[in-house]
Ligand binder design. Structure first.
Ligand code: 6PG
Length: 257
């Protein structure tokens, strides 16, 4: 697994715009090389602000949105269209504004599908397996970019410290009793996160600074899930100055103006 590289931006607004530019470039490169690309979205303020920044970037038209597979790292187990769903936020911020292929937008089903949370997670795992290629060497695609927001408790996706999902080796699982509402969620698990080509953890604000430090040190992923957010090829921690304020000197930090 790759050692994280840290890039620090002035504030949350510049961070979102910088991550947006980085995503556009990464998707264009992947599509040029392979003919298609895959992107895993996250909920949370930075995750959604990044999507809105992509929407507002003229260079977004360099991406062939029809040849992009869009997945989610986690989802709140709520009915389709619920404003609290990560899917709803992503559609409003970006997906409703670009010409995505609906068959390549892979949503995690909510209760209105008639599935339980467990059944929804199993259905997603099946969809992941169908999309996996032999060269991915696993039960899910080796995603070009997996975006992960991070909570002040160092959770990523809906992998919260000490909870059973962190011990689960299935690709996607249901979460009950999540400390961040709503309590019932669907999440990818660490093996799928770690099978990605690139993982980008995005975080802004002083309240994330302690979790950032723990995540960059050799912490255990059960207590510090973001410490398990490591990719096959490249792991980035894309932060604002406030979230980076407790990083020990020399820990892979590349400061930007
Ligand atoms: O469903 C969710 O809530 C997210 O997927 C979650 O993992 C989020 O990314 C972090 O909690 C950070 O959220 P903030 O950026 O809003 O602090």
């Amino acid at each position: 697994m790759s050692v994280p590289t840290v890039v620090v931006h002035r504030d949350a607004d510049v961070l979102a715009k910088a991550v947006a530019a980085r995503i556009i470039t990464r998707l264009v490169d992947a599509q040029s090389a392979k003919g298609s690309a895959s992107l895993v979205l996250t909920g949370g303020t930075v995750g959604i602000a990044t999507l809105a920044a992509i929407r507002d970037t003229p260079a977004r038209d360099a991406v062939d949105w029809r040849r992009l597979d869009i997945w989610w790292g986690d989802e709140r187990f709520l009915p389709s269209g619920d404003p609290e769903r990560n899917e709803t936020g992503a559609r409003q911020a970006l997906l409703d504004h670009v010409d995505v292929d609906p068959s390549r937008v892979h949503v995690m089903a909510g209760p209105d599908s008639g599935l339980s949370a467990e059944e929804s997670a199993d259905a997603y795992a099946t969809e992941l397996a169908k999309a996996a290629r032999p060269e991915d060497h696993g039960p899910a695609p080796s995603f070009d970019v997996m975006l992960l927001g991070m909570g002040p408790d160092a959770h990523v996706a809906s992998l919260f410290p000490g909870m059973p999902a962190l011990y689960d080796t299935r690709p996607a699982v249901a979460v009950h009793g999540a400390p961040k509402p709503p309590p019932t969620r669907i999440t990818l698990t660490l093996p799928v996160i770690q099978g990605s080509r690139e993982v980008w953890v995005v975080a802004a604000g002083e309240e994330k600074s302690g979790a950032v430090r723990l995540a960059l040190e050799e912490s255990g992923p059960v207590q510090v899930p973001a410490a398990g957010a490591r990719a096959r090829r490249r792991t980035l921690f894309l932060l604002d100055r406030a979230a980076a304020s407790k990083i020990p000197p020399g820990l892979g930090r590349i400061a930007s103006p």
